[in-house]
Design a protein around this ligand. Structure first.
Ligand code: SF4
Ligand code: SF3
Length: 540
């Protein structure tokens, strides 16, 4: 195996024997193989579209299966073997329909048996591209498209789609099989950022048109007396159906990790048994799932390979996979998913052990922020707020991420943090206070809600009639997995410059590609807190 798609990759270079995340060698190879066939499907499907043959099944298959290869989503060998076979069938069916089948191995190769798939899987991975810079650009593009896939998946569940986004994903995937120059690939990477913005807007529309606009909310972080189900991941439709089905059963529902922002949607407030948020970011799940006592539902990444002590309480749904865990199948014929097994399980469990008590304030997505634009502008003009610091992105398990907690603590009192994604858990319980009623940690929501930060930045630039880079907004972003890669590309596509990125630069960005990013966008790696505060002109 060779995988370098996330921030925690081995030695900052690549995982080669097993993943730091717990992914096994064979699974990693099979993920490479699945992506290879998805590239083949893309080439054939583009050809089919040219001939007027539409195939939404293929469009959404590509979306879901790219999502399944994102870090901490699916660790199940059987899942990938089955999906590769399904993918080959789908591709062959398209090939049978079109008049001209393109001459690429990914388009025409067929295995003799499972062994043949496993053998081939070793040949089609990341290192099969020899030129380091081309490889770097190819994977920057693929990881960005994986980010798109995750968000399109959630939007699609809520009935929203955009054919142009499907088309771009397929154009991007097929481009990585072609002999493109570094310039051609770079322009696709930038285009990926533009489609990133479109995708984030699509999901925002899906979420807010279904569940209302998030509103400022104090979320309980304590526990109640009933047994509970803990729901994690990013999928709001799964949450809705779980809340419907638990109502009146005596089982409460709590959020974990990236599901926290759901507490701010008006729609979910009607459920009296929706108690609040339990615990912190994904990487603390080993300890926190243990102490929750009840069953846990994972609706998307990030899943940490579970400990034996609570493994029987972990349920998965959607594209999440791990051998030996219980799986809740997809919806059929417009009916809700059937959560009865997890609810019955919960009834037999003890209530959660209390980890903490009190509240955290969330719900500052774009609608709330735009409604408070006058107040924000007044605070800027009066000098009460000197700086907004975007500290969005992901959290991770390594000690070096204490940097973000300390950085937040050391920010001058007249600065406000804008956050989204699970990175927030590094400082959202610090009690940093407020500035004239504006909290010093403004939490826009999940990683996809970074879109809200973009909307507000654009709005402020428009009102103040300045360039987006001349606003009092600076960026110190933490990344971990591929959705954060997409959010970063989306920011670059909007012309945002001078982003500080940490805790480490992506291993898949080669020195030459980094030079291009530095030259054009002035991206830089984070350094010590003192240095970064100085660079960002937050201290004299
Ligand atoms: Fe390693 Fe990250 Fe890949 Fe897991 S996802 S194998 S930790 S690079
Ligand atoms: Fe977190 Fe996985 Fe990225 Fe959605 S849950 S931000 S890491």
């Amino acid at each position: 195996m060779f995988c370098y798609q996330c921030e925690e990759t081995n030695k900052g270079e690549g995982c080669t024997i097993a993943g730091v995340c717990g992914k096994k060698d064979e699974v990693s190879n099979l993920q490479d193989m699945l992506i290879y066939v998805l590239k083949g499907i893309s080439i054939s499907n583009i050809e089919a579209k040219k001939q007027g043959i539409k195939n939404e099944k293929a469009d959404i298959f590509i979306v879901n299966e790219l999502f399944s290869t994102i870090t901490n989503t699916n660790f199940d060998k059987k899942y990938f073997l089955n999906k590769i076979k399904e993918a080959l069938k789908l591709r062959n069916n398209i090939n049978n329909e079109i008049s001209k089948v393109q001459n690429y191995d990914a388009v025409t190769w067929n295995p003799k048996d499972d062994e043949d798939i496993l053998r081939k899987a070793k040949e089609v991975g990341i290192l099969s591209t020899e030129n380091e810079d081309i490889r770097s650009l190819q994977y920057l593009l693929i990881y960005g498209i994986k980010g798109i896939a995750a968000y399109v998946h959630h939007a699609y569940e809520l009935g929203k789609k955009d054919e142009e986004i499907f088309n771009f994903m397929q154009e991007g995937l097929s481009a990585t099989l072609k002999e493109l120059s570094a310039d051609e690939l770079t322009s696709l990477v930038l285009k990926c950022g533009e489609y990133g913005v479109k995708t984030l807007a699509l999901l925002d529309d899906a979420n807010t048109s279904t569940y209302g606009h998030p509103e400022p909310t104090d979320v309980n972080i304590g526990v109640g007396k009933n047994p509970g189900i803990l729901i994690s991941g990013h999928d709001l439709k799964d949450l809705k159906e779980l809340l419907d089905q638990t109502e009146g059963t005596g089982v409460d529902v709590y959020t974990h990790g990236e599901m926290l922002p759901s507490n701010a949607y008006p729609y979910f407030k009607k459920y009296k048994h929706f108690i609040g948020n339990y615990g912190n970011a994904w990487w603390k799940q080993k300890e926190e799932f243990e102490r929750f006592n009840g069953p846990i539902l994972l609706t998307s990444n990030c899943l940490v390979p579970p400990k034996e002590t609570y493994k029987d309480r972990v349920y998965m749904t959607g594209v999440v996979g791990f051998e030996g865990l219980k799986f809740i199948p997809d919806r059929m014929n417009e009916k809700q998913k059937d959560f009865s097994s997890i609810i019955n399980h919960a009834k037999k469990c003890n209530p959660p052990e209390q980890l903490e008590d009190g509240n955290i304030t969330i719900g500052f997505a774009h609608n709330t922020l735009i409604n408070s634009a006058d107040k924000i502008l007044d605070a800027i003009k009066s000098g009460d707020i000197k700086q907004f610091v975007v500290m969005a992105g992901c959290d991770g398990r390594h000690k070096e991420r204490d940097y973000y907690t300390e950085f937040a603590k050391k920010l001058p009192r007249d600065s406000v943090i804008l956050t989204a994604g699970c990175a927030k858990y590094r400082y959202n319980k610090l009690k940093l206070g407020d500035i004239g009623g504006i909290p010093r940690v403004i939490d826009a929501g999940q990683c996809n809600d970074s879109y809200s930060l973009v909307v507000i930045a654009k709005k402020l630039a428009e009102i103040l009639k300045v360039d987006i880079n001349d606003l009092p907004i600076i960026y110190n972003i933490a990344w971990y997995e591929q959705k954060a890669v997409l959010v970063l590309l989306a920011l670059l596509s909007l012309g945002v410059k001078n982003i500080i990125l940490g805790p480490k630069l992506p291993a898949f960005v080669s020195q030459n590609v980094l030079n291009v990013l530095v030259e054009n966008f002035k991206i830089r790696p984070n350094s010590s807190i003192e240095e970064d505060l100085k660079t960002l002109k937050l201290v004299a």
